[in-house]
Design a binder for this molecule. Structure first.
Ligand code: BES
Ligand code: MN
Ligand code: ZN
Length: 518
């Protein structure tokens, strides 16, 4: 999708679909809706006025209202898109509004549309443009890749019309002369959203196609395209490194594991106090549970147990293009978790790369095992600050539902630095505890630790406590663990988003990395 920024007037712009956002400015809770266009443009105001007055369109979030052949406008159609109550109006609602416009146009085979840039006292132009670019691109995605009747509904061009907006002194005499920060906002939003869609396509792939080896190939192809260093290793290297925990999970599958390493080196000198950031991803391309096998119902979903890996690979894709002045390396641990004559078993004791011994209680708690070796390996490669992303526990959904993803962190300032970028990305993460008083849950009688607490309580924290065992504490390595198990797959579509892989975490991980570049 190409996003054009134009200083053209919305009234005489020729387009099959002109979109204007509207908010509900009702005074108080319970009082009737009071829809208001987010533009002062007189021709748009005039075209919409009777329909705003009629009460047929309330400007609720995601609501649409079409005006064919609107009088006084060159556009063939005018679409009103609601973004909800103004009290909450921020760039996030614009992200959704732009998405609604794209998902309105797609099934109608429209290839281009134009959006009037919203005006509102609480909106700043650059973040608004960036969010709209993100919303438009992430909306241009569907999951029906393997259907014979799949139609290419993608939108070729979205034009954002700046006329009428308060651009605080920006020069609108032409696109070339336009304030560079506005073009940058659109470019950054596009890079982030395209990377998000890249991850979603990977997560959507079935397990028979996206094997660990294939994930390695796709990561290598991405790295070659965007100028990242990439190595893909398999069983032999895992043995050499002594990754006994990762090997244990992988050994039950006839598909070989993949250990993927991506490296980003900045051209500009990293800021002197910048850490070397290590991103680690859980890449279980299918999780049957292994010998502790899962019930058949919904097991098909476990193809998306590599979403953490996809998020990390996609964040590296965005980082390679945004080029922050900070070193970043990524370690992906990918394998299948299968039952087999060679599979690891409950009761087994394995030795992780760090030297810690682990008693296996449940072979379905496999993600923490592969991550244990991935986190340790990232530290040996020089990472001084770690983040891992994983569809780790069903328990995180019990705690937080499908709204917030879980964040665990051993270092308050680092957690704050991550949570601070959420205001930019609009994603939702909620900090969960992982203090040492939870450690009893993973104490084993016969080995250093065991891989599950065996308790129904605080299951997501028990998993985090396990990972924390593999994080250096002298000196302390700041570490963030993102549990995205319950937020990775959307069961129901939204007016601005397809059902299926959400692509959560990519934009926030990328912005968090950028926040270390100073
Ligand atoms: N991949 C699952 C977690 C998961 C569950 C992801 C639902 C997405 C949706 C993970 O490997 C797992 O099986 N976890 C177990 C841990 C238990 C055995 C301690 C779980 O959550 O039940
Ligand atoms: Mn599992
Ligand atoms: Zn799993």
């Amino acid at each position: 999708m190409k996003i054009n920024l134009l200083s053209h007037s919305a009234a005489d712009w020729n387009t099959p679909l002109l979109v204007v956002l509207a908010a509900d400015v009702a005074a108080a809770k319970g009082s009737p809706a009071n829809p208001m266009l987010l533009t002062t443009h007189p021709a748009l105001q005039a075209a919409a006025a009777p329909w705003l007055a009629s009460g047929e369109f309330k400007a609720a979030l995601g609501e649409t209202f079409l005006l064919p052949a609107p009088t006084g406008l060159h556009a063939r159609r005018l679409l009103l898109v609601g973004v909800g109550k103004t009290g909450q109006l921020s760039a996030h609602e614009l992200r959704q509004g732009a998405g609604v416009a794209v998902r309105y146009a797609r099934p109608r085979a429209l290839r281009e549309l134009a959006l009037a840039l919203p005006e509102h006292p609480s909106l700043t132009t650059a973040p608004a443009l960036r969010a709209m670019a993100e919303g438009a691109i992430t909306a241009d995605f569907d999951i029906d890749f393997y259907r014979a009747d799949r139609k290419d509904l993608s939108i070729e061009t979205v034009s954002i019309l700046l006329s009428g907006a308060d651009l605080s002194g920006a020069d609108l005499s032409g696109v070339d002369a336009m304030d560079a920060s506005l073009q940058t906002a659109v470019r950054e939003g596009s890079i982030l959203a395209e990377s998000q869609n890249f991850a979603r396509a990977l997560i959507n792939e079935p397990g028979n196609i996206l094997t660990p080896t294939e994930l390695g190939r796709r990561a290598a192809a991405m790295a070659a395209e965007f100028g990242l260093a990439c190595e893909v290793h398999s069983t032999e290297k895992l043995r050499e490194l002594g990754m006994g925990a990762f090997i244990a999970v992988a050994q039950g599958s006839s598909q070989p594991p993949a250990l993927i390493v991506l490296r980003y080196e900045p051209v500009s000198a990293p800021s002197p106090d910048a850490p070397v950031i290590g991103l680690v991803g859980k890449g279980i391309t299918f999780d049957t549970g292994g010998i502790s096998i899962k019930p058949a119902e919904n097991m098909d979903r476990m193809k998306y147990d590599m979403a953490g890996a996809a998020s990390v690979i996609a964040a590296m894709r965005a980082i390679a293009q945004l080029k922050p002045a900070v070193r970043v390396l990524a370690v992906i641990c990918s394998c299948e978790n299968m039952p087999d004559g060679r599979a690891y078993k409950p009761g087994d004791v394995v030795t992780a790369m760090s030297g810690k011994t682990i008693e296996i209680i449940n072979t379905d708690a496999e993600g923490r095992l592969v991550l244990a070796d991935g986190l340790h390996y990232a530290q040996t490669l020089g990472a001084t600050c770690l983040l891992n992303a994983a569809t780790l526990t069903g328990a995180i959904g019990t705690a937080l539902g499908q709204i917030n993803a879980g964040l665990f962190c051993n270092h308050d300032a680092t957690a704050r630095q991550f949570l601070d970028v959420l205001s930019l990305t609009g994603e939702k993460f909620w900090r969960m505890p992982c203090s040492d008083d939870y450690r009893d849950q993973i104490q084993s009688q016969i080995a250093d630790i065991k891989n599950t607490g065996g308790s129904r309580f605080a299951g997501a924290t028990a998993a985090a406590m396990f990972l924390k065992e593999f994080i250096g504490d002298n000196p302390l390595i700041p570490w963030i663990h993102l549990d995205i198990a319950a937020t990775t797959w959307l069961d129901d579509q939204k007016p601005w988003q397809s059902r299926g892989p959400s692509g959560i975490a990519i934009r926030t991980i990328t912005e968090w990395v950028r926040s270390y570049a100073g």
